[in-house]
Design a protein. Sequence first.
Length: 135
Amino acid sequence: MTRTQHRLLDRLGATGSLLCALHCALLPLLIALLPTLGLGGVLDERFEQAFVLFATLVGGYSVLSGYQRHRLWQALALMLPGLLILWLGVLYRPLHESVWPHALVMTLGGTLVGLAHLANLKLNAGHVHGASCAH
């Protein structure tokens, strides 16, 4: 994958993760508003699980391949707990069924994943290809 493709993937991941965090922060308001608009299905748990799976695949690939280039752990240190928190939020039933705690957990996880992508962008930008670099 080219450097431009890596940057695009990180930007996509950061944007999606931060939009997810915003979505989760506004979730309690949306829960009250969407059924009145006939859009209650937007909050379906399968959609949320699919989004977390997508974030895991994009984030995992992007940050791990970035780590292989720059060998710095900062992006991984944000990505791994962020994904763990997101999966906890969608799979742990008591938390998933509690509106405010669920919103807080998902907001925190999405924010960490978004910040991991931004950190990865910065780390990749600072990576210099030299004689000791294999990438």
